[in-house]
Design a binder for this molecule. Sequence first.
Ligand code: NI
Length: 136
Amino acid sequence: MIYITRRESFNAAHRLFKKELSDEENLKIFGKCSNPNWHGHNYTLFVTVKGEINPQTGLLINLKDLSLLLKEIIIDKIDHKNINIEVDFMKDVLASTENIAIKIWQQLENPVKKIGAELHCVKIVETENNFVEYFG
Ligand code: NI
């Protein structure tokens, strides 16, 4: 079993809030990320897949295939977008890094199998000091 990771990045806007709460209450729970006028992050996405090496090629998968898959299924949909209102796979979900990681996992799980590997980890770095990892 071997693991390989592809890094991608995207910039996106979001707001963390519950609509039934006041701005003040949201600020208490979500801090700066509850700013009513949105704000952005430069996110970095690490997708790790695992499997057996193909003895013919010495490769687990063709990384180009993984890169194209990530671009088509995730990056094209989320980059330079507002996560709360423009990203189909984040519809009706609080736009936290935790939820983004889970939703990205759900988008990728089956497509990754089709290129010959198994999804192992979705890691999202939101800021220099904060990141989330999801293992399914
Ligand atoms: Ni934020």
